[in-house]
Ligand binder design. Structure first.
Ligand code: C2E
Ligand code: MG
Ligand code: MG
Ligand code: MG
Length: 290
């Protein structure tokens, strides 16, 4: 009895696994066609400079407009794309598209692009050359290098420190800027942080969203800002959703903010009208305009 019930459970388990594997396989196949089919789109989320209260940049965030499933968010497909190597062509598309679109914005507005650890060539992919792809994207678009920022996580860099160090040095030489994403959630060594010479660090949303209620989150955020200061790195608060959070991150000395309080990521058309509305508004910065 118990045995047959057990095997029944096991059979369901196997069927579930097969079902999931099937879904994953379909996702992989669809993902493989998505570039040619023009199904990717970049959304942009504004970044506000807390010293000037002006828009100083936007982060490019990929969206997949799937023909039957509708809009798919990156957390669902980026890990799959990384696993099967498709993140390299996708990442190259993102670089080119972001540079091309940013060229139509005011010079004072930079564009930030997320770079996967695979694009660093850190996880055994041969023939991956991030530097070459960045150069190409800049040349083809005509975007000045200083207007492009590359965001990477601590974990992506720490995968292969020597390699990352070399790639980052070359990128810096090219004139692009760099940011550590989701800072405080990965593991990083302060020693390396110093030698990598990042331009920005982005305080992870998990600290910012608890900054009003959790004294630990607040003191971590304070410490990150202070750490950045001593190393000449500017800090950005990610995921600021409320006026109260904005006031606190300002008070503790963050240089920039990004978050729903100002705007959710939006299409490039909507981002362009956001820029216009924001700059026309007399009280620009002190109120959300979208
Ligand atoms: P990320 O780089 O840390 O991007 C910030 C994420 O937080 C975005 O999610 C953004 O929509 C969300 N966010 C921003 N402000 C707020 C807020 O105030 N509240 C809340 N609840 N969320 C906020 P999204 O667009 O779903 O992207 C998720 C992640 O996917 C990104 O995290 C990044 O790691 C990855 N990603 C996105 N686009 C790309 C890409 O082009 N290439 C690569 N390799 N990864 C990408
Ligand atoms: Mg990012
Ligand atoms: Mg982030
Ligand atoms: Mg993230």
């Amino acid at each position: 009895e118990a045995k047959s019930a057990g095997s029944g459970v096991f059979r369901h388990f196997v069927e579930d696994m097969e079902h999931n594997a099937c879904i994953r396989r379909t996702l992989e196949i669809d993902l493989g066609n998505a570039i040619q089919n023009n199904e990717f789109e970049l959304y942009y989320q504004p970044q506000i400079d807390l010293h000037t209260m002006k828009i100083c940049g936007a982060e490019a965030l990929i969206r997949w407009n799937h023909p039957t499933r509708g809009q798919v968010l990156p957390d669902e497909f980026i890990p799959v794309a990384e696993k099967i190597g498709l993140i390299v062509p996708i990442g190259n598309w993102v670089l080119k598209q972001a540079c091309k679109e940013a060229l139509n914005w005011p010079d004072s507005i930079n564009v930030a692009v997320n770079v996967s650890c695979v694009q660093f060539g850190n996880v055994g992919m041969l023939g991956v050359d991030l530097l070459q792809e960045v150069k190409l994207a800049l040349e083809q678009s005509g975007l000045p290098a200083h207007r492009l920022e590359l965001e990477m996580t601590e974990t992506a860099i720490m995968d292969d420190v020597d390699k990352s160090c070399a790639v980052l040095r070359d990128l810096k030489q090219l004139g692009v800027t760099t940011a550590i994403d989701d800072f405080g959630t990965g593991y990083s060594s302060l020693q390396y942080l110093r030698s990598f010479q990042f331009d920005h660090l982005k305080i992870d949303r998990s600290f910012v969203s608890h900054i009003e209620t959790d004294v630990d989150a607040l003191s971590i955020a304070r410490t990150i800002v202070a750490l950045g200061r001593t190393m000449g790195i500017l800090s950005t608060a990610e995921g600021v959703e409320t006026k109260a959070q904005l006031e606190i991150v300002k008070e503790i000395g963050c240089d920039k903010v990004q978050g729903y309080h100002y705007a959710k990521p939006c299409s490039v058309e909507n981002f362009r009208s956001y820029i216009n509305t924001f700059s026309k508004s007399r009280i620009s910065g002190s109120h959300r305009v979208a």
